[in-house]
Design a protein around this ligand. Structure first.
Ligand code: FES
Length: 128
């Protein structure tokens, strides 16, 4: 099953100032991740404008149908971050639930988790 890496293309790293018209950090990060994604694998990259976490960019979401989804932030638009995101996404893709044991996390994603979102087919505790 395909895991999608959604990258905010309009992020600025930790909200830093950029000159008008400058390539955004999120786009720079997306380019690096996209370049590293193996072809014909179970990972894909897509770009969106704003994941509403602008103060702690660069932001990324890792999702797959029926699995736990994760939002991660505070990434610099660097090769090291791109490799860590990709390595984590590959582990997510290989996991039936999307959960990846902490001991397996790439060092570069530690401290970057913002949210974990359960799949829609899991009932919550409160019913409205
Ligand atoms: S600009 Fe990236 S989360 Fe808003």
């Amino acid at each position: 099953m395909t895991t999608t890496i959604t990258i905010c293309s309009t992020c600025r790293h930790m909200g830093r100032d950029l000159p008008e018209g400058a390539v955004r950090d999120g786009e720079r990060l997306a380019e690096k991740v996209a370049r590293l994604v193996p072809e014909n694998g179970d990972l894909r990259v897509r770009r969106v404008a704003c994941l509403m976490g602008c103060d702690h960019g660069c932001n990324v979401a890792i999702q797959a149908e029926g699995k736990l989804a994760y939002v991660l932030g505070r990434f610099a638009p660097e090769e090291e971050a791109a490799r860590a995101i990709l390595a984590y996404a590959a582990l997510h893709a290989a996991s039936p639930s999307g959960q990846v044991p902490f001991r397996a996390w790439p060092q570069g994603v530690k401290g970057h988790f913002v949210a974990r979102i359960p799949p829609l087919d899991i009932e919550g505790e409160d019913k409205a």
